[in-house]
Write a protein of this length. Structure first.
Length: 211
């Protein structure tokens, strides 16, 4: 079992000891379920829920390339007004990545996912320790007592979402972060504002019926 699989197992089981198990890559491999990738009801979203282009972002809070691209991605989503952004927390780099993903997803239950996501993404550098992540979370307006309670109460749901994210990434053969599914395009690299804008334009062009 490689490091990515071990970290995914931590993500899927850390909150729910009774669920602890190991899955091999061959056991995870399965057909790509496009609808599940685009419309998981538990996956956090940003932007316009009725946007004509959907961007699905697979990321890790310890990925420096994800962090570099994030401000331009969110800037475009806000400026455009017609993009639906789906977040796929995919903690594959360090154990602290798993911790960050769990905390961000637990914040969703008090409507603070975006706030925690932005705070964690703003921490510079790779290999960020848990203590620094927690400090960034504490600096937001999050209710820490409720966050801890939600993490415990919804641990199985959070683990299930991370498990689905990992299976989806595995089904598409993704090798690392970031990966952006932009309409029919798969972009496995960090983009700047113009890069995201161009990819969205290409996605729209491909979606137009040919005369």
């Amino acid at each position: 079992m490689n490091r990515r699989q071990i970290l995914w197992t931590l993500a899927a089981t850390a909150s729910v000891p009774a669920m602890a198990h190991f899955l091999t890559r061959s056991a995870l491999a399965e057909a790509i379920d496009v609808d599940a990738i685009l419309h998981d009801p538990e996956a956090p979203e940003n932007g316009n829920p009725k946007g004509d282009v959907t961007i699905v972002a697979f990321f890790d809070y310890n990925c420096p390339f994800c962090k570099r691209a994030e401000p331009d991605l969110e800037k475009l989503v806000k400026a455009e007004g017609n993009i639906r952004l789906v977040y796929k927390d995919w903690p594959i780099l360090t154990e602290a990545s798993v911790y960050a993903a769990q905390m961000a997803l637990a914040a969703k239950y008090q409507g603070k996912y975006q706030q925690i996501h932005d705070a964690l993404m703003a921490i510079p550098g790779p290999k960020i320790p848990k203590e620094q992540m927690l400090a960034a979370i504490k600096a937001t307006s999050i209710d820490l007592t409720r966050l801890d309670a939600d993490l415990k109460a919804h641990g199985a749901d959070i683990a299930g979402l991370l498990q689905r994210n990992h299976k989806q990434a595995d089904s598409m053969g993704l090798q690392g972060t970031p990966v952006y599914l932009i309409g029919p395009l798969k972009v496995a690299q960090a983009l700047d504002y113009d890069g995201f804008k161009d990819a969205v334009a290409q996605a729209r062009a491909r979606a137009k019926p040919r005369s």
